[in-house]
Design a protein around this ligand. Structure first.
Ligand SMILES: Nc1ncnc2c1ncn2[C@@H]1O[C@H](COP(=O)(O)OP(=O)(O)O)[C@@H](O)[C@H]1O
Ligand code: SF4
Ligand SMILES: [Mg+2]
Length: 332
């Protein structure tokens, strides 16, 4: 099998806070392949954003990566100089966020912002950069692009702003787009349109997308493969189809029960009792044990490793099916 486009391996990250050391990531590992949409899912505080920011090395000053590797096309991004890294950002990996309004500069028109970014990246003239900006705005399905280029961000709706952000992110032709909760601030109809756009862009441009979301329902509709994060660790990862058919981790099952479905309209959804731990690094044993209905003695003293439970399917729970055996001669 081809090497993955992005391989995050055993990533550990700590924050220095006024209240001491906060171990936010405690061994995050997953692979993203070229041209796939990969979901990173978990409740607020699980470490999704920090994982995305680590890939681009855009972390706050108080954060330190203490262990692990982030391989992009085989190169460890954590070993690049700041200059090399700035070429990766935007050019090879781009990131968009939940609130497009806050990523766009309110005092410049959409056109002048896009043109400046495109000119800087390609070293081309204004006219050519503007043509490229127009083309990208059309590619993300925006009508009347001349008007949009002349608009200030506040003159556009949230859905249009997010399309502008996507167009800007893709205008430098990255191989990977990290989209952090790109639809969370939008209403449901617009959310569905943006997700359809991401799928369409993947199909047309062959770009890989890491879609960060707290909503497993969004992953079900959009992603090829996924990783479920809990307390700064991957607790389950594999193809979306496989995980939805045969979820192995109690946390994944809990998130699945919390997905709103048409037949459950009006009924209370079953939320997972308890909350995400504030400092997961301080927990001995399985970080999910305080909320797990199936926890037993061993869970409170030993942390379950992420093990293979099926083809391309891994889970970190002592109760996961461990009968899986690789086919003979299946390579690594
Ligand atoms: N700037 C920061 N300083 C201190 N702790 C932070 C900072 N940013 C995030 N954290 C902590 O890191 C953990 C992961 O946060 P985050 O990646 O934002 O989670 P998510 O995106 O899954 O909601 C949380 O415990 C959060 O409180
Ligand atoms: S290892 Fe134990 S506590 Fe953790 S998820 Fe599995 S059963 Fe629950
Ligand atoms: Mg976040």
């Amino acid at each position: 099998m081809n090497a993955p486009l992005l391989s995050i391996q055993d990533l550990h990250l700590v924050f220095d806070t006024a209240r001491g050391r906060l171990e936010a990531l405690n061994g995050v590992s997953f692979d993203v392949r070229s041209g796939e949409i990969f979901g990173v899912v978990g409740e607020t505080g699980c470490g999704k954003t920090v994982t995305g920011l680590s890939v681009l090395r855009l972390l706050p000053q108080t954060a330190t990566i203490t262990q692990g590797r982030i391989l992009f096309k085989g190169q460890n991004l954590l070993e690049l100089s700041e200059k090399e890294m700035s070429q990766v950002r935007g050019g090879q990996i781009a990131m968009i966020f939940q609130n497009p309004g806050s990523s766009l500069n309110p005092v410049f028109t959409v056109g002048s912002q896009m043109v400046a970014i495109i000119r800087k990246h390609f070293g081309i003239g204004k006219r050519e950069a503007r043509a490229r900006a127009e083309h990208m705005l059309q590619a993300v399905g925006l009508p009347d692009v001349q008007r949009i280029l002349k608009s200030y961000p506040h003159q556009l709706s949230g859905g249009m702003q997010q399309r502008v952000m996507i167009a800007t992110a893709l205008s430098c032709e990255p191989d990977l787009l990290i989209a952090d909760e790109p639809t969370t601030a939008l209403d449901v109809t617009i959310q569905a349109q943006i997700l359809a756009l991401l799928r369409d862009l993947r199909d047309r441009l062959g770009i890989a997308i890491v879609l960060i979301t707290h909503n497993l329902g969004v992953v079900a509709k959009t992603c090829d493969r996924l990783a479920v994060l809990y307390a700064g660790r991957v607790v389950e990862t594999g193809p979306t189809r496989v995980i939805f058919k045969n979820p192995q981790h109690p946390y994944t099952r809990g998130l699945m029960r919390a997905i709103p479905r048409p037949e459950s309209r009006g009924k209370r959804l079953e939320a997972i009792p308890g909350s995400v731990p504030g400092n997961p690094g301080a927990i001995v044993g399985c970080a999910f044990a305080p909320r797990c209905a199936l926890a037993f003695d061993r869970c409170r003293v030993e942390a379950p490793p992420l093990i293979e439970v099926g083809e391309d399917h891994r889970c970190a729970c002592f109760l996961a099916e461990t009968s899986f055996r690789r086919p003979e001669g299946g390579g690594i």
